[in-house]
Design a protein around this ligand. Structure first.
Ligand SMILES: NC(=O)c1ccc[n+]([C@@H]2O[C@H](COP(=O)([O-])OP(=O)(O)OC[C@H]3O[C@@H](n4cnc5c(N)ncnc54)[C@H](OP(=O)(O)O)[C@@H]3O)[C@@H](O)[C@H]2O)c1
Length: 313
């Protein structure tokens, strides 16, 4: 199975690298700067005692030859629209695309561009980041990809994808409720982000402040209400687990979005928040806390690169 991994960042570099290590036929679609780094240093996976160096096959946009069987889409919000156009020459009648971004916008964009049949649901459960050298750093042992047809049917094509992705050095799940799982993860990610962004600290710091746990419960309630209105209610046991994680005394947990915010980097304001709020409005579900977090993140993105304003008074 010919696999094209679109993006060789923290997630694409990790899962694509593992597939390459396991001998799968993998090519990375990258942009020129990333191609230069990968040619100079190789694709490096480090952390948790590992130091792996791989020599990946690379293509730039405009160089793609022929259709691929499987495409893993691993870009962030800021690269999504352009990446969908860049990967188009790789899509043939039999191609299946697994997007692993958090949220749901990517599914709508891909379905609009390539049709219902080409697009699977997907989720990455991993904690990786690119370091200053451009190497993939693993931050936690968890490494799992879940995917499946959005209608839940386990047909031969999706089983073939599962066979190709499995036994490649990370865990895989062929899901018959991938949309539900995506909504569940979205509910958690947006709630964790909102607790950090609105509370201004880690889970434990927010929990220690009077009203902090109530804030966490309230944002989780908002996200869960949107998922339910979308027809994908998050199972009660999962909500209970999220509530425990989001109100845990002493927890150092922060979302990567909050860490990016504090580092002055762009954040996935629309992918993880703006789109959720827009869907909530469409369903008539009030989400004042998620809306407030969205505004905060939009202002942050808009201010990147601008000089800090100083009030002369
Ligand atoms: N990292 C995690 O632990 C994690 C876990 C679960 C889910 N996620 C989600 O996974 C998604 C990807 O996150 P990430 O952490 O992998 O981001 P990332 O490290 O920023 O990697 C994204 C990569 O996409 C590349 N890219 C953007 N547009 C492209 C294009 N048109 N063609 C080829 N490459 C392109 C970027 O390359 P350039 O170098 O050219 O900019 C970058 O290397 C996000 O939605 C995130 O929320 C991340």
């Amino acid at each position: 199975m010919r696999i094209l991994v679109v993006g060789a960042g923290a997630t694409g570099g990790y899962f694509g690298g593992r597939l390459l290590q396991a001998g799968r036929d993998v090519t990375f679609l990258v942009r020129p700067n990333r191609a230069r780094v990968l040619r100079e240093r190789g694709l490096r996976i480090a952390g948790l005692g590992e130091q792996t160096v791989l020599e990946p096959a690379l293509v730039l946009a405009g160089e793609i030859e022929g259709p691929y069987d499987l495409i893993l889409l691993t870009v962030k919000e800021s690269g999504l629209a352009a990446a969908v156009e860049d990967l188009a020459p790789a899509v043939g009648p039999g191609t299946l695309i697994v997007p692993i971004l958090n949220g749901m916008r990517q599914v709508d964009l891909l379905v609009d561009r390539f049709g219902e049949d080409a697009v699977l649901g997907g989720i990455a459960y991993v904690m990786t980041t690119l370091d200053d050298f451009g190497d993939v750093q693993r931050l936690a042992p968890m490494h799992r990809l879940a995917y499946g047809r959005r209608d839940g049917v386990l047909d031969d094509r999706v089983r073939a994808v599962h066979e190709t992705l499995s036994d490649a050095g990370f865990d895989t799940v062929l899901s018959d409720r991938i949309l539900g799982a995506m909504w569940s993860k979205w509910t958690f990610i947006s709630s964790l982000g909102a607790v950090n962004v609105l509370g201004g600290g880690s889970v434990g710091e927010v929990a220690a402040a009077a009203g902090g746990k109530a804030l966490a419960e309230a944002v989780l309630g908002e996200g869960a209400a949107v998922a339910a209105a979308a027809g994908h209610p998050v199972p009660e046991a999962e909500i209970d687990g999220y509530r425990t994680m989001l109100t845990k005394d002493g927890s150092p947990d922060t979302s990567s979005l909050f860490r990016d915010l504090n580092a002055g980097l762009p954040v996935e304001a629309e992918q993880i928040f703006g789109d959720l709020v827009a869907r909530a409005e469409g369903y008539g579900v009030p989400v004042p806390l998620l809306s407030a977090a969205t505004v905060r993140l939009r202002v942050h993105n808009a201010n990147i690169g601008k000089p800090v304003a100083v009030n002369p008074t």
